[in-house]
Design a protein around this ligand. Structure first.
Ligand code: ZN
Length: 132
């Protein structure tokens, strides 16, 4: 395991892409996530400190932000074309909302970690090797 170079350039687009794909923003090889939404403290491949991220409520907020217009549009179109019973709206709307939110929340969290890492936010620019 090679210690990461904290003075190296951190391209924003590349780190965002790696984060969205669930990979370490520094090396792009190690997995970012330990569980579905919990990140590793250190990258299992390069040892980059990942615990500095502060995604907080951002990923759930933005997943709902993107999913709500999609679900509402689908339900309006479905209502306009079929005039279905109300339970169709409940089943389709809830299922679609949950499925899309679960599908989006992890890439969005990876996006947040990638941005914070590239911009050296919340301690990402100050690791043990940078202090020496
Ligand atoms: Zn890594």
């Amino acid at each position: 395991m090679t210690p990461p170079d904290n003075n190296a350039d951190r391209p924003l687009g590349l780190s965002i892409r790696r984060g969205i794909l669930g990979k370490c923003p520094a090396c792009g090889i190690g997995n970012l996530f330990r569980t579905f939404l919990s990140t590793h403290d250190l990258c299992p491949h390069c040892g980059e400190e990942i615990f500095h991220h502060r995604a907080d409520d951002g990923p759930p907020f933005f997943s709902m932000f993107f999913v709500a217009p999609i679900v509402v549009t689908v339900m309006i179109i479905y209502e306009g074309t079929n005039s279905p019973p109300i339970w169709h709206h409940l089943v389709i709307g809830i299922t679609l909302s949950i499925t899309l939110c679960i599908g989006l929340i992890r890439p969005i969290k990876g996006f947040f970690v990638g941005v914070q890492w590239a911009k050296r936010m919340h301690g990402f620019g100050t690791s043990k090797t940078a202090d020496q």
